[in-house]
Design a protein around this ligand. Structure first.
Ligand code: SF4
Ligand code: FES
Length: 318
């Protein structure tokens, strides 16, 4: 992935007409090696500038083999036809979490989603919801990371395998599976704005927006504690929707799952950490849709973490 892909959208002409890739413009595998199941599909990609400006769909027609993932196909389109296509990826094997997007309306990892397994003639690709669009299929993850303290350390399975156990360490303890892909944030109806249940609270309250880089959650805890002292239980935030990094109504499933892991690791910090979970943007906004757990590609079940936090302070209220 180029630096440009990592950091900035590359759609200089966001209103350009749809381009297409015909199967005849792509390398043709020899008849002897061409998988019998190869099919020509339409890949329909949402294109836009930052903030979703000038959103449209572009269609690309191309041949797809049974082993081709959605990410493989995006790479082919970008290399062979449309270098302005913006998306994010790194590991290609479901470890980094950077390729999450909506595929045929569901949050999935593009690198492990087989095109033909989707079973549709048109495969529609859209960016994650709940997070600001930087361009095309790439979203800004900072609003999620702003509520996950980088000090909440852990070891992922892939990191265990690649580094081995250092001298003097008896063993690793596997602490979490979250790959910080944001799929749960996108799937959550409260976070993505599709929740049709009435809000539990009504009065607005101002609060600080997250920093534009990762914010230590101890700082967030302090802010939340301070805010909780000012807010009543009936408070809701009123950030300007024009600010994509404004603190959200609900900090979302992934930060709350991370918080619950930290609560398990550090029971001595229970009160401090619970200030985040029960703060004005915390678990109180969860409606138990369970969409986060269904969307998670890594078996985290963030809805259970949210319920754990709710129960830790006598929850159950909506
Ligand atoms: S909890 Fe699951 S869906 Fe949410 S960010 Fe972590 S891995 Fe992704
Ligand atoms: S590219 Fe890393 S999870 Fe898909």
């Amino acid at each position: 992935m180029s630096d440009a892909e990592k950091t900035a959208p590359e759609s200089p002409d966001a209103t350009a007409p749809a381009s297409s890739v015909s199967s005849s413009s792509l390398p043709s595998p020899s008849p002897a090696t061409e998988p019998q199941q190869t099919r020509t599909l339409t890949v329909r990609v949402q294109r836009s500038g930052p903030g979703g400006a000038n959103a449209r769909f572009d269609d690309y027609r191309l041949s797809v083999g049974p082993e081709d993932s959605v990410l493989d196909v995006l790479d082919r389109i970008r290399v062979e036809t449309d270098p302005t296509l913006v998306y994010r990826h790194s590991c290609h094997h479901s470890s980094c979490g950077t390729c999450a997007m909506r595929i045929n309306g569901r949050e999935r990892l593009a690198c492990i989603t087989r095109m033909l397994a989707l079973g549709t003639d048109v495969v529609t690709l859209e960016p994650l919801r709940s997070l600001p669009v930087l361009g095309d299929l790439m979203v800004d993850m900072r609003p999620m990371f702003a509520h996950i303290d980088p000090d909440w350390g852990y070891v992922r399975p892939v990191e265990k395998a690649s580094t081995g156990v250092p001298h003097g360490v008896a063993r690793y303890t596997r602490l979490e599976n979250c790959i910080e892909c944001g799929a749960c944030m996108s799937a959550c109806p409260v976070s993505n704005g599709t929740d049709d249940m009435p809000p539990a609270t009504a009065q607005p309250a101002q609060h600080a927006a997250p920093q534009s880089t990762r914010q230590p959650a101890r700082q967030a805890a302090s802010q939340a504690a301070s805010q909780a002292a000012q807010d009543t239980d009936e408070s809701l935030p009123t950030d300007s929707p024009a600010d994509p990094l404004a603190a959200p109504l609900f900090i979302g499933p992934a930060p709350l799952a991370a918080l619950n892991r930290e609560l398990a690791r550090h029971p001595e910090r229970r009160e401090e950490l619970l200030h985040i979970g029960k703060g004005p943007h915390g678990e109180r906004h969860c409606r138990r849709h369970m969409a986060c757990s269904r969307a998670c590609p890594s078996g985290v079940y963030p809805a259970k973490d949210i319920m754990d936090i709710r129960m830790m302070h006598g929850g159950g209220k909506d």
